[in-house]
Design a binder for this molecule. Sequence first.
Ligand code: UT7
Length: 356
Amino acid sequence: MTASAVITGWGFYVPRSVLTNRDLESRIDTTDAWIVERTGIRERHIVSDGEATASMAANAARAALDRAGIAAGDLDAVMVATTTADHLVPTAACLVQEQIGARRAAVFDLGAACAGFVYGIAVAKGLIASGAARGVLLVAAETISRFIDWSDRSTCVLFGDGAGAVVIEASDGRPGIRGTVLRGDGTKRHALWVEGGGSLMVHLDGPSGQMYRLRMDGQDVFKLAVPSMARACEEVLAAEGLRIGDVTLLVPHQANLRIIEAVGKRLGIDRARVFVNIERYGNTSAASIPIALCEAVDQGRVRPGDLVLMCAFGGGMTWGAALVEWSGGVLATGAPGLRDRARSQLRRSHGALDPR
Ligand code: UT7
């Protein structure tokens, strides 16, 4: 029997420093009223000097591991969904591995912009279903603030920094990740992009700062985001023989309150079953869904047996949806003896994942 992939731990981290709409009013030609009306955002968290994606990711990871009740050394894979890793090489996942002590884990980053967490859920499910891993740490972390053009009022008001993490474990009996739908469209890549920093545009000499800034056609993104996210949700539900009425809570990417409301309307889900926290964090890209998921669980909005539907949309363009039957945390099989036995079986059949 194929093992199910169960979320057993969750946690998030945002930087201490808060940038309010009022703060922005004193820097650019904008108003708190415009930002709230057009986006729903009131404030966002921004990294301080010395802080970046991997350190935020490691903080979120520690919280998720604590909640799952497992040690970092027991993880088989550490995956970081990000487009703002600290370096081109190494990956953010390597830095997280070092910081949390996940000695024997496979480590890699996943690049799918704001849809990175939903993509990561699918990859974690696949690793577990194939038997390649029994314990996966998925972190989504972004430091978008360092790539923002702070003179461009149509983008700089939107984004914030942060990280969210989940531990996903194999289980033979518990429900877990039911299904995922992943999509993309490279023809729309210019709607949201960072031109420089990759192999096509490396300028090692001279002033070239502007090409490292995030550029966005907000209206294009808006128009693409709403139908794509709604369709992905419908597809993932249809594949499971379910309807939107079966969903307890929709946890959408927190990009813009108007986008969230439009997706909810298309799906026909009432507002009370849509989780929103964009007012306090802004758009934290890939990190927005796990941050929202953590808050939803902590507020008692998600209980064991509930169906949670997540959907995201981002640069690339990439989008997708994931449907999870919430299990409520630590596995019944979480006793160390049982976990160790399962892992030694895994090591025998998948030695490649275990560097020892
Ligand atoms: O994870 C995916 C990431 N991206 C997104 O989710 C972005 C999706 N798009 C959006 O959220 C919205 O398109 C924005 C919030 C970016 C813009 O809202 P909009 O309602 O589409 O505004 P607009 O671009 O049509 O601009 C309307 C007006 C313009 O002025 P004029 O030309 O009508 O005089 C803009 O210059 O609003 C102006 N404007 C602003 N005014 C005050 C744009 N940004 C601001 C601002 N403050 N910050």
